[in-house]
Design a protein around this ligand. Structure first.
Ligand code: GRF
Length: 210
């Protein structure tokens, strides 16, 4: 499948997915990298690997940024012919036009065990600060399909890491990030190979490769 990957920061999840594509474990290709942060690491990585980028140098998609939500959908579907959208450290809400255009084809990664520690305001280190403050004994990444809200779409996969009493948020962040880099490529591979079915109540189930 042709993937449109959205990034806002360092792009470590994008790099992990790209590495998995290059080693053949993800049967997809990155058709374009989209970002609201033209100078972020993820965009730089894409440019250094000859992957097209589509950036809008503004806080949000609007005529002032030279790119509206409709134009973004048009570009992704017509010019880049993306089959799916992968949000990887992307910090903006996805316009409803995009959610509608890519039904059951937009994945996001959240560095916490949704539905806990999720939603608007819970991103990056804030997630791990809340986890440490809560006394939670476990945390981990959640991969979910995206709907119109932040972090509320149906969960596809999770992984668990321990949270120790002595942990600082940065230590939890690093432990979770390592798991993200394993889990996300597995989920993208399943999406590309159509190894995901939807349970009667709308829960997506990933089936193993063999
Ligand atoms: C990290 O907090 C990661 O957990 C979350 O987004 C942030 C940056 O990710 N998914 P990346 O390194 O840009 O992929």
């Amino acid at each position: 499948k042709r993937l449109a990957v959205f990034v806002s920061g360092g792009g470590s999840n994008f790099r992990a997915i790209h590495a998995a594509i290059q080693e053949g474990s993800v049967h997809g290709e990155v058709a374009v990298v989209v970002s609201n942060a033209p100078t972020c690491g993820g965009v730089a990585y894409a440019q250094s690997h000859g992957i097209p980028t589509l950036t809008y140098p503004a806080p949000k998609l609007d005529p002032a940024a030279g790119l509206t939500a409709e134009q973004l959908v048009q570009q992704l579907t017509q010019e880049y012919r993306a089959d799916a959208v992968i949000l990887a450290g992307y910090l903006k809400l996805i316009p409803s036009e995009l959610v509608r255009a890519y039904k059951r084809a937009i994945l996001n990664i959240h560095p916490g065990l949704l539905p806990s520690f999720g939603g608007k305001g819970y991103y990056g280190i804030k997630v791990h600060q809340a986890v440490v403050a809560s006394g939670a004994r476990f945390s981990g990444p959640t991969i979910h399909f995206v709907d119109e809200e932040y972090d509320t779409g149906p969960i596809l996969a999770q992984a668990v890491v321990p949270v120790y009493p002595t942990d600082r948020p940065e230590q939890v962040a690093a432990r979770v990030l390592k798991e993200e880099h394993k889990l996300y490529p597995e989920c993208v591979a399943a999406l590309c190979e159509e190894r995901i079915t939807w349970r009667h109540d709308g829960v997506p189930i990933m089936w193993s490769a063999h």
